[in-house]
Design a protein around this ligand. Structure first.
Ligand code: NAD
Length: 362
């Protein structure tokens, strides 16, 4: 495959491959767009079967970050990085320090953060060598665990859906089926329960299920049964691609609103949900609280200030207005919600790119 011919290439500004013989590091950093600011996105460590698989993944995820950061109205572009390797056996402090030295070489075009297979501890290791990492645990600028803010955004999005679709001012009388009660799912369940929702939950981790059920009185079902339950809203908070041709036929809900990334197996599923009259809340809109939280750390770093919860709250409120705008436009234009969200993100990126080009007179 020639890089520029990949369907995922999508006019990336830069794609950088790095290797370090001593630590075994093999990494790819993809910078999709810096039109709105430095590219920000997590570092995934995964045992990809081939380098091509790693490249396709990083390109797809990097473009996704441009859209997520734009829709949240952050002064950040989109990027992502992957480290090829087994996160259980091939990690070392030296590996993350080597990765960090390469980030220094990119001179702030890209900021890395925690993602699947990497931890806050790995990021802290990289921070010893570079300032171009975010999502720290300690210090005045640190944004800490993003999960509570992500859950708050998903919860408020559920309230928006409840109001628009069911005429409710809270969640009383509504049943939400939550798939995955890990970091985000557990916080979400507590908030939904406090707002009066009845919960049906599933997970592959029994301890997580027991803890949430004890706090919220949720009904527990087996992982596969979650698609068949009688509920008003389905909240996927575990894996991606759970909305696929097989599962959407089984859903009995009126809306989907959860935290998981990449919920639609393909864009065609978004079209199908629209035709079925099931309101799909675009994942990268409703789960944007986490990246907003991280953005506050970047502001603090750049301005020499501290993490600012009030700024985070302002951005989250604005994101909820954008979510509502997407739902209104979807109804008015009879177009799937994911298409409206993409159109808004693309327009914001284009405006910023045009402004940047004008400033550079190119
Ligand atoms: P997590 O790993 O803490 O929780 C995921 C939960 O899903 C775990 O309890 C796990 O046991 C469960 N699970 C795994 N496979 C399952 C299956 N087949 N059926 C049911 N449950 C299953 O992760 P998290 O941080 O809570 O994130 C949840 C989702 O939200 C992920 O898709 C993540 O990418 C996305 N997301 C998270 C954040 C954040 O701030 N943490 C931000 C944006 C998006």
């Amino acid at each position: 495959m020639i890089l520029f011919d990949s369907p995922n290439f999508a006019n990336h500004e830069g794609v950088h491959a790095f290797s370090d013989e001593k630590t075994g590091l093999k990494a790819i950093v993809a910078v999709h767009s810096t039109a709105r600011g430095p590219a920000v996105g997590g570092t995934r460590m995964w045992n990809y079967a081939t380098a091509e698989e790693a490249l396709e993944d990083v390109l797809r995820l990097s473009k996704g970050m441009s859209y997520k950061n734009a829709i949240a109205d952050l002064e950040m572009g989109g990027g992502k990085s992957v480290i090829i390797g087994d996160s259980r056996t091939q990690k070392s402090p030296e590996l993350f320090q080597a990765f960090a030295r390469f980030l220094n070489g990119l001179g702030g075009h890209y900021y890395a953060a925690e993602d699947v297979g990497t931890s806050v501890e790995d990021i802290a290791e990289a921070r010893k060598v570079t300032e171009y990492v975010l999502g720290l645990k300690d210090g005045p600028e640190a944004s800490g665990d993003p999960s509570p803010v992500t859950a708050e955004g998903v919860f408020r999005s559920n309230l928006v859906v409840a109001r628009r679709l069911f005429g409710k001012s809270d969640m009383t009388g509504l049943t939400v089926a939550v798939q995955g009660v890990g970091h985000v799912g557990a916080y979400l369940c507590e908030k939904l329960h406090a707002a009066g929702a009845k919960l049906i939950i599933t997970d592959v981790n029994q301890d997580n299920l027991n803890a949430v059920a004890a706090k919220t009185g949720a009904e527990i079902v087996s992982p596969d049964a979650i698609y068949d339950v009688q509920a008003d809203i389905y909240a996927p908070c575990a894996l991606g691609a759970t909305l696929n041709p097989e599962t959407i036929k089984r859903l009995k809900v009126k809306a989907i609103c959860g935290a998981a990334n990449n919920q639609l197996a393909t864009p065609a599923i978004g079209d199908a949900l629209h035709e079925m009259g099931i309101l799909y809340s675009p994942d990268y809109v409703v789960n944007g609280g986490g990246i907003i939280n991280v953005a506050s750390e970047m502001n603090a770093r750049q301005n020499g200030t501290a993490y600012d919860p009030a700024w985070v709250e302002g951005k989250l409120s604005r994101l909820m207005e954008t979510f509502e705008e997407i739902l209104v436009r979807s109804e008015q234009e009879n177009r799937p919600t994911y298409q409206i969200a993409d159109a808004i993100a693309e327009e914001r990126i284009k405006v910023a790119a045009d402004k940047k080009a004008a400033a550079l007179k190119v």
